[in-house]
Design a protein around this ligand. Structure first.
Ligand code: ADP
Ligand code: MG
Length: 223
């Protein structure tokens, strides 16, 4: 029953969201279609518009990436090693953050802890948080990822030393489509909040403008 309930909550949420997502995807699609028609008619020079087409396609790709894991219909709960989840995510993102010369420093301060969770969804949360941290970082920045235990919870901290979040925006974090980025989707945090909620965890944020931000994820340890 619990599983069914969660499934139906998820469906309701997907319904709520889909209107917004469809809207966000339709804009770039409309412009891609328009440019292709002009190219076909020979009205415009193809090579001049490749960049625009490419960035419109990237926009759809970003939306799809941010929603990944969330829209996945099948839940697979298992006992997961937090060390392993973070090893995989940090390995993946260190490759990407090199372009900005940002280094993700994953400090295994605490022993490994197990949580009951859906691996690909939890990976998605840490990918979203660390991606935001990279985007907020200045060149040559460092992002600290660390693990702590507190009573029956495990705390995963993602700290950047970047732009920080202005106070008036803190309340808006996690609202769908709230973004301050030119190419943002405003979906990453919303998806992360939902996933952490589904895992009976919570997210805490500490941020200071121009100093940086720490996202703390609390997850119940499995027993
Ligand atoms: P997006 O990254 O597409 O903008 P998100 O939901 O991931 O969407 O993030 C929403 C907004 O939250 C961002 O646009 C940014 O303003 C703010 N934000 C999130 N993480 C950070 C961070 N580490 N540092 C500064 N701002 C952040
Ligand atoms: Mg993001």
């Amino acid at each position: 029953t619990e599983r069914l309930l969660r499934q139906s909550e998820k469906l309701a949420l997907i319904g709520e969201l889909s209107a917004g997502v469809v809207h966000e995807i339709k804009n770039p699609l409309t412009s891609i279609k328009g440019f292709l028609q002009l190219m076909q008619a020979g009205t415009i020079e193809t090579k001049d518009y490749i960049t625009i087409l490419n960035s419109e396609i990237e926009r759809i790709e970003h939306i799809a990436n941010d929603l990944l894991g969330f829209a996945k219909p099948k839940e697979e709960m298992a006992n997961l090693s937090i060390h392993q989840v973070l090893d995989e995510v940090v390995f993946l993102l260190n490759a990407q953050s090199k372009r900005k010369n940002v280094y993700i420093y994953w400090q295994k301060k605490a022993d490994d802890v197990e949580v009951l969770g859906d691996k690909s969804q939890l990976k998605q949360v840490f990918i979203n948080l660390i991606k935001n941290a990279i985007e907020a970082s200045f060149e040559d920045g460092v992002i600290d990822v660390s693990l702590e235990e507190q009573d029956s919870f495990v705390l995963i901290k993602v700290t950047d030393h970047g732009s920080g979040i202005p106070k008036h925006n803190l309340d808006k974090l996690g609202e769908s489509f709230f973004t301050t980025k030119k190419k943002g989707t405003g979906l990453g945090l919303m998806v992360s909040y939902k996933i952490i909620n589904n895992h009976n965890g919570r997210i805490h944020i500490e941020s200071e403008e121009n100093k940086g931000t720490t996202f703390i994820i609390y997850l119940p340890k499995s027993r």
